[in-house]
Design a protein around this ligand. Structure first.
Ligand SMILES: [Zn+2]
Length: 325
């Protein structure tokens, strides 16, 4: 069964999954609408591209969102396929946009600061990326700002906060690793988890090491996943791919995947290698410059994890290299 479903689905009474097309291999980001007598809450939005606006206009008509009051919009994290339409949505429904407070700061620095922080070009060169690939990345960084538009005001959520509606109670849970401050939403009455990109049904979510961010995102991710396992979740509703009806099994699979990956990395650095060189060996298939950037930052998450576990040394220089201790 294809993981890409282009129709709006009522997952259970009053809870809708809305496919919003994105120009990415994942094809759709799934937004959710929780309808309640006290108003509609939306989760995630999509990139600011024409097809995505059209999909929301259609959903608005199909679900009558404008007739109900959209009481709030929760964006799980700052990635463009989730936050891009924040300005558009805030204007369309006159509704407040919510993210965890520190994620708002991160989003503003990435999409609004001049120059954008942090300096990814220097970071990629430092980790062994060839200069011609870096040029492509700079073009991509400026393109990224055309698909994300943030409203002047966004409202901070707090970890543990509960939004109490008439038929639903939404608990905000802070999850690290995919971004530093991703919010996932636990619906307490029905035991549903709107899990953003933290857990996906087929691919393992990207866990990347970036400058000025979590120094050990992989460790944070694994800790966050173990915390999620304590919740009695009946159904997880991720932002891409299939619904997940056995969340704890899927979490165990992802944890096992990272343990294997970590072993592969240890094998590769029997001699000193840059993050770029390790990524080339780890991801055996050919990758374009954009995919390579994620491959490198994902590899660095494993390398830094192993370094902080005391397994590897980091040799400073340009490029930075890692080797087995
Ligand atoms: Zn996403």
């Amino acid at each position: 069964m294809t993981p890409y479903d282009s129709t709006i689905r009522e997952i259970q009474p009053g809870i809708f999954r809305i496919p919003i097309p994105v120009p990415l291999p994942l094809q759709y980001v799934y937004a959710y609408a929780i309808t309640d007598p006290q108003g509609v809450w939306l989760i995630d939005l999509g990139m600011d591209v024409e097809e995505a606006r059209a999909a929301w206009d259609q959903a608005d008509r199909d679900l009558g969102l404008s007739q109900h009051t959209v009481a709030g919009i929760i964006v799980t994290h700052y990635h463009p396929d989730h936050i891009g339409l924040a300005q558009y949505a805030a204007d369309k429904w006159q509704a407040p946009i919510y993210l965890l407070g520190d994620e708002i700061t991160l989003a503003r620095s990435i999409f609004e600061d001049t120059p954008p922080g942090p300096d990814l070009t220097a970071f990629m060169i430092q980790n062994g990326t060839p200069p011609d690939e870096v040029v492509l990345l700079e073009q991509e960084q400026s393109l990224r700002r055309t698909i994300v538009h943030l409203p002047p005001v966004m409202h901070p959520l707090k970890a543990g906060q509960k939004i109490v509606l008439q038929d639903h109670v939404l608990q905000i849970i802070h999850q690290r690793g995919h971004t530093d401050h991703q919010a996932v939403i636990y619906e307490e009455r029905e035991h549903l988890l709107f899990c953003g990109d933290q857990v996906l049904s087929r691919i393992t979510p990207n866990i990347s090491f970036w400058p000025n961010s979590d120094p050990n995102p992989l460790a944070s991710y694994l800790t966050s996943l173990r915390e999620l396992k304590a919740l009695p979740v009946r159904l997880a509703l991720p932002a891409h791919e299939h619904l997940i009806d056995n969340l704890n099994q899927r979490i165990d699979d992802i944890i096992a995947h990272h343990a294997e990956r970590t072993q592969d990395v240890i094998e590769i650095v029997s001699s000193p290698k840059s993050g770029y060189e390790v990524a080339k060996e780890l991801f055996k298939r050919p990758l374009n410059a954009y995919q390579m950037r994620f491959a490198v930052s994902e590899t660095l998450a494993h390398l830094e994890y192993l370094r902080l576990e005391g397994e590897l040394d980091r040799l400073d220089g340009t490029p930075i290299r890692y080797q087995r201790r």
